[in-house]
Design a protein around this ligand. Structure first.
Ligand SMILES: Nc1ncnc2c1ncn2[C@@H]1O[C@H](COP(=O)(O)OP(=O)(O)OP(=O)(O)O)[C@@H](O)[C@H]1O
Ligand SMILES: [Mg+2]
Length: 331
């Protein structure tokens, strides 16, 4: 076996940029071992990686089911911090993807039910939700999520939720294969959609782990503030844990989306630069950036996507650009 080299030395030895190797190690294209803050790699593995052109794994859109049918790409929108734009992004990215002709399903997996409410549904009135599907699954292991699926005026379908999803935390804690429930629930629906977006809650726990097992990719909204970067670092650690534990060995970060950006203030410009410096060497940062705008809360209060509420505004442009990057798979 070859000796293990720190990534920095390997980059120097092979005359390539350290960032290129770091990114590849992070998303699994280059097999490396992480010890503390350092990645160690075998020189022969670096040679293999460079020979193969360092190809990125195929976008998950080409995933094929057991009967050869195309399966949806499943993306969890997640970061363990409240109010960073997860729900806003799930909704408006979903609407922008639908505008591009994609068949989109949004899954509300946050007991706060903000996505459900933004789509004009009242959680208390709903007979079938993501929670009732979990409950049914735990009683007989039959996935019946399709009962909860509803069309919306935004051109996307939704699986709504209610505050009862809070109960699932305890119920899943004692369940067999508790981390795999959402994955099993989504499997029968996956052939009917191109993209499934899962809106998650701001705490790492069994519900978020379910979303990260079901998904192939994670989109991380980062509020352009210093304090928010810590939660993104936590999210990246969680993704690594999912991979190393084998719960989802191929999970990858699709990208970090900067949200609520106010480029007029120095502090925000610095936060954006900081995020690029700190995370840009590990995972992609979307070129699209969402500026702070009162149009977002306004659109949600009127149960519209930003695309319908303010079609020519910056917010619509940002989510359309994001949708294009998502469809391209980012770089
Ligand atoms: N770009 C933006 N500009 C201004 N306000 C925004 C923007 N994006 C989202 N908001 C508003 O900020 C609030 C929080 O956003 P959102 O609900 O999307 O965050 P979240 O991450 O889903 O929160 P939680 O962690 O509680 O689920 C909402 O009132 C939303 O309308
Ligand atoms: Mg939310």
């Amino acid at each position: 076996m070859n000796d293990l080299l720190p990534l920095k030395d390997a980059a120097q030895q092979f005359g390539v940029k350290l960032d290129r190797l770091r990114r590849a190690a992070w998303d699994g294209r280059l097999t490396a071992r992480q010890v503390g803050n350092q990645w160690l790699v075998e020189p022969s593995e670096v040679a293999r990686f460079l020979r193969d052109g360092g190809r990125r794994p195929e976008p998950a859109a080409v995933t094929v089911g057991q009967r050869g049918e195309a399966m949806a790409r499943i993306i969890a929108v997640a970061v363990p911090k409240g109010g960073t734009g997860k729900t806003t992004t799930t909704l408006n990215l979903g609407a922008a993807l639908a505008e591009q002709g994609q068949r989109v399903l949004l899954v509300d997996f946050d007991p706060q039910g903000n996505l459900t409410q933004a789509l004009g549904l009242r959680p208390a009135d709903l007979e079938h939700t993501s929670y009732t599907a979990i409950k049914h699954f735990l009683s007989c292991f039959e996935p019946q999520l399709e009962r909860a699926v509803r069309p919306t005026s935004m051109g996307v379908d939704v699986v709504p939720t209610s505050a009862r999803l809070n109960l699932a935390n305890d119920e899943l804690a004692v369940a067999i294969q508790r981390e795999f429930v959402l994955q099993k629930l989504l499997a029968p629906l996956a052939p009917s959609y191109d993209i499934i977006l899962i809106d998650t809650l701001p705490y790492l726990g069994v519900l978020v782990v379910n979303a990260l097992v079901a998904a192939q990719e994670v989109l991380v909204p980062l509020q352009a503030e210093y304090l928010a970067t810590e939660s993104v670092a936590l999210m990246m650690d969680q993704v690594q844990l999912m991979r190393r534990s084998g719960l989802n060995a191929s999970l990858r970060v699709l990208g970090i989306l900067l949200t609520m950006v106010d480029q007029r203030t120095v502090i925000h410009r610095e936060a954006v630069d900081y995020a690029r410096r700190v995370f840009g060497s590990q995972v992609p940062i979307f070129g699209a950036m969402v500026k702070r705008s009162v149009r977002f809360p306004e659109s949600q209060a009127s149960h519209q996507s930003i695309l319908a509420y303010d079609p020519e505004g910056d917010g619509s442009r940002a989510y359309r650009a994001l949708a294009e990057e998502v469809l391209r798979g980012t770089s």
